[in-house]
Write a protein that binds this ligand. Structure first.
Ligand code: FAD
Length: 320
């Protein structure tokens, strides 16, 4: 069953989570160790992020620096296949525009289809770490909407090569990202929602949101989407605070606000352990309120660490 079929046939809100591929050189067992503690909570699907190349400077002879392009976290597609094989749980690979030509995208989708993976979260991707803004790859897509259109075309049997005889239609269920606090590059929420609607009209079937800590912002975003005619399920994305440094890291990297009461509680903490407990208590309260307000599920971002997610999801989903 793909994501939308799971949402539509579910008797209650779904539990799902996202993992990141291990750093190059680290074995997949490390990833399984992060997933294992969450399996008894019966996740409906597991997302696997995609990480594009970045530039690093390597020291060479005589003090010269060489700019080298490398992917530090490869393996998204094979990890999806490994998870499906090991746990018999559907996976959702993230596919991004950055770093892909249209043909490479098509080939990646063919790989996924052959592996029996029929979900995709279609994203533009962030700028390369050393760049200030996103530049599309030559021959690739500039915005997630174009990626959604390409996947939708393949679902209709339309490939880049129009000379393929009897093209086989794929059957991907496509999700896209939404931002309750607005995407950081967007000048205004009105425009961000308009582009979000374009992604739905291009064939995306559900939205997973960026992480947020203030439910009021999620509810306002959901209402706004509804007013604009966006009628697909909107799954809230939740990331627990797990250490003191998250107080500044989350706003900086995800462009989200930490509400006053959470900020004050974290500022009283003297250790990461205390901060994690505050994060877990906040996460449990946040999820309970979301579930009381009719969300199709809750999607957790683990970022490779499952302790706090386990504590929150265990409190919310363990009686199923
Ligand atoms: P888009 O929908 O293309 O939007 C990007 C910006 O362009 C927005 O400001 C939007 O308003 C604007 N825009 C959209 N369409 C148009 C248009 N037609 N014309 C002009 N402007 C337009 N990144 C990764 O690299 N790998 C991952 O695995 C990953 N997973 C993620 C998972 C989730 C749930 C979320 C919320 C984000 C994830 N990201 C990931 C980050 C994401 O790639 C970035 O936030 C990126 O900056 C935007 O991606 P998007 O798909 O929302 O882009």
């Amino acid at each position: 069953m793909n994501v939308i079929e799971r949402i539509e046939s579910a008797k209650g809100p779904l539990f799902s989570f996202e993992v990141i591929p291990p750093l190059k050189g680290v074995g997949i067992e490390t990833l399984f160790k992060a997933i294992d503690p969450l399996i008894d909570l019966k996740p409906s699907f597991i997302n696997v992020t995609y990480h594009r190349e970045e530039f690093v400077y390597k020291k060479r002879e005589k003090g010269y620096l060489e700019k080298v392009s490398m992917r530090k976290r490869p393996g998204t597609v094979s990890i999806c296949a490994a998870i499906q094989h090991r746990y018999s749980i559907d996976t959702v690979p993230h596919l991004i525009c950055g770093g892909f030509t249209k043909e490479e995208t098509e080939n990646a989708l063919i790989d996924l289809d052959f592996l029996g993976i029929n979900n995709v979260l279609a994203l533009r991707g962030d700028p390369i770490k050393t760049e200030t803004h996103f530049s599309p790859t030559e021959g690739g897509h500039a915005h997630a909407v174009d990626l959604v259109k390409q996947i939708n075309d393949m679902n209709n049997g339309i490939y880049l090569d129009d000379e393929i005889r009897e093209p086989y239609p794929t059957n991907f269920c496509v999700g896209v990202a939404g931002y309750p606090e607005r995407h950081f590059e967007s000048p205004h929420m009105d425009l961000d929602i308009r582009y979000l609607k374009d992604k739905i009209e291009a064939g995306a079937q559900y939205i997973v949101t960026q992480l947020f800590f203030d439910n009021k912002k999620f509810f306002a975003f959901r209402d706004r989407c509804w007013q604009e005619g966006i009628r697909v399920p909107i799954i809230p994305g939740i990331k627990p605070i797990e250490r003191l440094s998250h107080l500044t890291f989350m706003p900086k990297f995800f462009h989200v606000e930490i509400p006053g009461p959470l900020t004050h509680a974290l500022m009283q903490c003297k250790s990461d352990e205390e901060a994690r407990q505050v994060g877990v208590d906040w996460g449990i309260a946040q999820c309970k309120e979301l579930l009381e307000n009719d969300v199709p599920g809750i999607h957790f971002f683990t970022m490779g660490k499952s302790k706090a997610v386990r504590a929150i999801a265990g409190a919310i989903f363990s009686d199923r």
